[in-house]
Write a new protein. Structure first.
Length: 127
């Protein structure tokens, strides 16, 4: 069964707000869009994130780690630390503890990716 109350309520609200029949027509159009789910947020699948590379992947591993932070390979340790702290502050799972489960999963995946990239860079720089 189709919804009808959006059109009805839109018509009444439009007429009362604009105090003119044109307001009723505008309200009717908005109500029609509401009844047909034009305002619902259709969930698009999240874009695929790059998975952390396998051990022994070579130079691609290094490129991936720096791409996560958006820094060149010759970035200083201070720049890397700043980028790490900024991204972890943004994607830490505790910051989205009360959010939707989908957001929590994304934050957990992103924080794992950030931690893996940071660990990889630290290992490369200590050699």
């Amino acid at each position: 069964m189709r919804r009808w109350y959006g059109q009805f309520l839109g018509f009444i609200a439009g007429w009362l707000l604009l105090r003119h029949p044109v307001g009723g027509l505008l309200g009717l159009l908005v109500g029609y869009a509401f009844d047909h789910d034009a305002f619902s947020s259709s969930r698009k699948p999240a874009p695929k994130r790059e998975a952390p590379p396998r051990p022994g992947a070579g130079n691609a591993d290094v490129d991936w780690a720096y791409r996560v932070f958006g820094l060149p390979e010759d970035a200083s340790d201070a720049q890397i630390d700043r980028a790490y702290r900024k991204l972890m502050g943004q994607y830490h799972p505790d910051r989205v503890a009360g959010a939707a489960p989908d957001l929590q999963k994304i934050a957990e995946q992103k924080s794992r990716e950030i931690n893996a990239a940071y660990d990889r860079i630290q290992k490369l720089r200590k050699k």
